[in-house]
Design a protein around this ligand. Structure first.
Ligand code: NAD
Length: 367
């Protein structure tokens, strides 16, 4: 089977879906790999490393994608590039087919087997393929570092000749994969950290990282280990208590999300105005609209003396290792698709059947 990988084209995207390490593994498994020159430049993987790993380096995206039975990507190729992918080929990456009508249409027209990895069921077996988790870890880490960088203060407690410095007070809203990594990062830097989530099981997870669980009196566990949206009454109670608490917070990192919905608006502009002068909000949920009313996605702004950052490319900021993790996730998933000589998806495997788009997989697709 031939695997094709072209450079990512999305603005600010430095990650890559194939590293020299996974290239070597694909080649060892019998695949031919063709990559566009400069493929890994943004993530610091030079062409010669891919060549050493057995890849054929080609001059442009069209040559990389043409003739490939399996195309790997981080972000979806634009509709023009999808025209170069041969009919029936498989596409693996964060494809978001519903986010762009033209893209969805070409996938359907060319009968591409699209596997948007964001649809992968989050079962134990799928953990090694879970790009949402691997990328969220980097995003949470970088979000907290941005908070530390923007704050006009230390994170740790210090006893100095010039007096005692109190530790920074940090709050993380949403203790999923990104939030827990943000908490762990703040803790390593010496801050006093609190975490809050609507899923009650996060209390123990936050505490195991040395954080304090902030109890706002709201619990909203939903389907499949995710949160559900809050009722109006729950939301009002949460907001009243949160607003009061934020008056003592130096750095707030927001990571709350509900699958398939815009980010819940949790922090109002009035709450921001009540935060101490010089405090910082980093809104990791900015790419789905933000948890903070005042967030401007992609910008860092000052509002009422508070700095509000809405970074959009957090995982990409750690491109080398987020790519290493992403590429391993992709390799582990792609292995399910590859047969002796070509694509051989086994539709009885729920990881394939539930990820393929559009769902459900029509039986006759086999062969
Ligand atoms: P996510 O990005 O969808 O959400 C981030 C967090 O925001 C979640 O913890 C959610 O509870 C929280 N949240 C939502 N609304 C909120 C509100 N109003 N206030 C405060 N917090 C709110 O979640 P994620 O990080 O992708 O994953 C969440 C959970 O999914 C994990 O912690 C885990 O339980 C489960 N998961 C399981 C596996 C696995 O078993 N393989 C893998 C990954 C995730």
């Amino acid at each position: 089977v031939t695997i094709g990988v072209a450079r990512e084209t999305a603005a600010g995207e430095a990650r890559v879906a194939l590293t020299p390490e996974t290239c070597r593994k694909f080649v060892a498994a019998g695949a031919a790999v063709q990559v566009e020159t400069g493929l890994g430049a943004g993530a610091h993987f030079p062409d010669p490393d891919y060549a050493d790993a057995g890849a054929r380096i080609v001059g442009d995206a069209r040559a990389a994608l043409s003739g490939a039975a399996l195309v790997l990507c981080v972000r979806p190729p634009d509709a023009g590039r999808l025209q170069w992918v041969q009919p029936g080929a498989a596409l693996v990456g964060m494809l978001q087919p519903e986010a762009d009508a033209a893209r969805g249409q070409i996938i359907a027209e060319r009968r591409l087997l699209a596997f948007p990895l964001e649809r992968l069921p989050r079962t134990t077996r799928a953990q090694s393929m879970d790009v949402l988790s691997s990328q969220a870890g980097m995003a949470g880490y970088k979000a907290m570092l941005i908070g530390a960088q923007l704050a006009p203060r230390f994170f740790p407690m210090l006893t100095t000749a010039a007096g005692t410095i109190r530790p920074a007070k940090v709050l993380v809203i949403g203790a999923g994969v990104a939030g827990l990594q943000a908490i762990a990062t703040a803790k390593r830097l010496g801050a006093q950290v609190e975490g809050f989530d609507v899923r009650p099981e996060t209390r123990e997870q936050i505490e195991s990282l040395g954080g304090r669980f902030l109890d706002l009196g709201v619990s909203a566990a939903g389907e499949g280990g995710y949160a559900r949206a809050l009722t109006e009454a729950e939301r009002a109670e949460q907001q009243r208590r949160l607003g009061e608490h934020l008056k003592g917070i130096d750095v707030l990192v927001c990571t709350a999300a509900v699958p398939g919905r815009p980010a819940p608006k949790i922090v109002t502009s009035a709450m921001v105005a009540g935060m101490p002068p010089g405090s910082v909000v980093v809104d990791l949920a900015a790419d789905s609209g933000g948890n903070c009313e005042a967030t401007r996605p992609g910008e860092t702004i000052a509002v009422d003396g508070v700095t509000i950052a809405g970074p959009l490319d957090l995982a990409s900021m750690g491109a080398t290792q987020s790519s290493e993790m992403f590429a391993r996730n992709v390799f582990n998933f792609a292995r399910l698709l590859l047969g002796e000589d070509g694509l051989a998806p086994d539709w009885s495997d729920e990881l394939l059947a539930k990820t393929v788009w559009p769902a459900p997989p029509p039986g006759p697709r086999e062969g």
